[in-house]
Design a binder for this molecule. Structure first.
Ligand SMILES: [Zn+2]
Length: 264
C-alpha cells in the first residue's frame, strides 16, 4: 500500500485557478493516474490549455510539458506572473517575452506578430491600427489558425480553449475580457506593450502596410470636405483604401493613452 491512492496532486497558481472547472476554487486537484500521462495531457483534461502555463514544478524543479506524472507526487502549475517571481523558474519573464527561449517554449518568435481568432476579431483591428501584423480572417478554422501560428511564428489570440490545446501552438493567450478595450489592455499588459510600433501604417482590412500617396493622385476618391481639410494620405497597396489622420485616429490614440500606451 503506497498511501497515495494512485493519485498525483496538481496545484494551480495565479490566474490559472480561474480556468479550472467549478469545485477547484483553491487550485488543488487530486488526479487519478489510470495510464501514463504527461503534464500537457493532464492539465488540458482539467480545462487549462498548455499555452497559459509558464512554469511547471515537480519537487520544486522546473520540468517540461512532457514530464510524466507519478502517483503521490505534487506538481505545481504557474501562470506567467507567478512563474517570473519564482526562483525555481529562472527563465520565466513578466511581462512575457516571446523572443526568449525557455524550457517550456524552446522555439521563441522572431518578432511579435499575431494570428487572431474570430471570437476576438476586434482585437485584430485594434492591433493593426497600432501597427502590429495581426492576421485574421473569419473563414479560418482552428486547424488553419494553428498551422499558421506554427509555420509563420505567430502569437495566437482566442477565447477558445480547444484551439489553444493544439500541440503545434506554443505561444498564445486565452483572452478573458469580453469588451475590446479590456481585451487590448489584457494583451498589452501580458506582453509588455507600452507603445504602438507604427500607428495607422497598416490597412485595417488587409493587414498590409500602407504607403504614402500624393493627394493629387487620389482626389477622385475623396469627399469635398476631406480634400479641404487634409493633405497627408496613405493608401493600401492591396485594396486601394485611402487613410488620413482624421478624428477617428485621434480618438484611438486617446483610447491607447487611457491604457498607458504611447502612440508613437
Ligand atoms: Zn487594404
Amino acid at each position: 500500500m503506497s498511501g497515495d491512492d494512485g493519485c498525483a496532486r496538481l496545484v494551480f497558481r495565479g490566474e490559472l485557478v480561474d480556468l479550472l472547472r467549478q469545485g477547484h476554487v483553491d487550485g488543488n486537484i487530486r488526479y487519478p493516474l489510470g495510464r501514463r500521462a504527461s503534464i500537457k495531457d493532464v492539465v488540458e483534461s482539467v480545462g487549462v490549455p498548455h499555452t497559459e502555463i509558464y512554469g511547471v514544478l515537480a519537487d520544486n524543479e522546473s520540468v517540461g510539458f512532457d514530464h510524466l506524472l507519478l502517483p503521490g507526487k505534487v506538481v505545481e502549475l504557474l501562470s506567467a506572473d507567478i512563474a517570473a517571481d519564482n526562483a525555481a523558474v529562472p527563465d520565466a519573464a513578466w511581462p512575457v517575452d516571446v523572443t526568449r527561449a525557455t524550457l517550456l517554449r524552446p522555439e521563441p518568435l522572431s518578432e511579435l506578430r499575431f494570428v487572431v481568432d474570430e471570437n476576438v476579431a476586434r482585437l485584430a483591428m485594434l492591433l493593426r491600427a497600432m501597427g502590429f501584423d495581426a492576421a485574421y480572417d473569419r473563414d479560418w478554422d482552428d486547424p488553419y489558425i494553428a498551422r499558421m501560428a506554427f509555420e509563420e511564428g505567430r502569437f495566437v489570440l482566442t477565447a477558445d480553449r480547444a484551439l489553444l490545446k493544439r500541440s503545434c501552438i506554443a505561444w498564445g493567450r486565452l483572452v478573458r475580457s469580453r469588451d475590446p478595450d479590456g481585451q487590448l489592455a489584457e494583451v498589452t499588459t501580458f506582453l509588455g506593450i507600452r507603445r504602438a510600433p507604427a500607428m495607422f501604417r497598416r490597412c485595417l482590412r488587409c493587414n498590409v502596410e500602407t504607403v504614402s500617396v500624393e493627394k493629387a493622385e487620389i482626389l477622385h476618391l475623396l469627399e469635398p470636405k476631406t480634400i479641404l481639410y487634409h493633405n497627408v494620405f496613405r493608401r493600401c497597396p492591396q485594396c486601394g483604401r485611402v487613410y488620413w489622420p482624421g478624428t477617428h485616429q485621434q480618438e484611438f490614440a486617446r483610447r491607447l493613452a487611457a491604457l498607458d500606451i504611447r502612440a508613437e
